[in-house]
Design a protein around this ligand. Structure first.
Ligand code: ADP
Ligand code: MG
Length: 263
């Protein structure tokens, strides 16, 4: 994507004079660009219209960000604009570093995840218009698979006990459980939590395309997945649940980790 050629006029005007660099951290189909002018840093995120209505759509992310203003620390939306093919979200920077790029004690990482779960699940959802529940996510998955947009490559590299993506989808559809809805980030991981380098306090959260009402175990499952993958010691999982003051529900954790497998 040659950004300069497709950037809509209003956004082009806002970023005039900024140096643009493409971000290579993210894994999602949305393209992310960092724009810098002196100490002033902005981020531009663009998604193709073929992702319209999915959790990769930056229009959805923009709406979630606006709703979350003053509820939890998130980037401020500066401008949102569309062209025929793309949608663009220009936002300010959450200052600090991704948790993944700070040298940090494993225990502190676990504390950051537990604190994040508490903060997210304390958000009042009584007026929340965003549904990130299983039914929506499975219909999104149907759309992604049908249009060759699902992360099928990751599926084959993953560790799920299914040989074909379709088998996993059947499993997910036939094993839906009742949902205990809370506010969910939807992709809580160490590259989406921004902390202060020195104090290691949480400064804010980014990457909100999947934000909305979802089961209480959804974000917890992602934290468990990350703790396991990055820290590799079951004692840290125990510490995580001690901090949360609950016992792990392994059936739910596994279900939600599998749900994420094709995204
Ligand atoms: N508003 C922001 N403030 C600070 N860093 C950001 C911001 N938006 C994006 N980034 C940086 O760009 C990376 C990718 O953006 P993200 O929204 O997480 O996209 P992806 O969906 O590709 O993961 C982040 O991990 C972070 O390093
Ligand atoms: Mg991200």
């Amino acid at each position: 994507m040659i950004l300069e050629q497709i950037m809509p006029r209003g956004i082009r005007r806002k970023v005039n004079g900024y140096t643009i660099s493409k971000n290579t951290v993210g894994m999602s189909p949305a393209k992310v660009f960092k724009l810098a002018r002196g100490n002033d840093v902005l981020y531009l995120k663009a998604s193709h219209k073929k992702y319209e209505g999915t959790t990769f759509d930056v229009k959805r992310e923009k709406d979630v960000l606006v709703w979350l203003t003053d509820k939890i620390s998130v980037p401020r939306v500066i401008q949102y604009e569309e062209t025929d093919d793309h949608r663009f979200l220009l936002m300010d920077e959450v200052k600090g570093r991704m948790t993944s790029s700070v040298t940090i004690a494993p225990k502190r990482v676990v504390e950051i995840y537990a604190e994040s779960i508490c903060r997210l699940q304390s958000i009042d959802i009584s007026q929340c218009p965003f549904n990130s529940g299983i039914k929506y996510r499975l219909s999104e998955l149907d759309y992604l698979l049908k249009n060759n947009l699902a992360a099928v490559g990751d599926f084959y590299e993953g560790e799920v006990p299914f040989s074909q993506p379709e088998e996993l989808v059947v499993y997910l559809k036939t094993n839906m459980d009742e949902e205990d809805l809370v506010f969910s980030h939807g992709d809580i991981c160490d590259s989406n939590i921004i902390i202060s380098k020195d104090s290691q306090d949480i400064n804010g959260y980014i990457d909100w395309g999947r934000g909305g009402k979802a089961d209480r175990w959804y974000d917890i499952a992602f934290c468990v997945g990350s703790i396991r993958e990055d820290l590799g010691n079951e004692d840290y999982i125990k510490y995580f649940f001690d901090l949360l003051g609950i016992e792990p529900d392994w059936a739910k954790i596994t279900y939600y980790l599998w749900l994420d497998e094709l995204f």
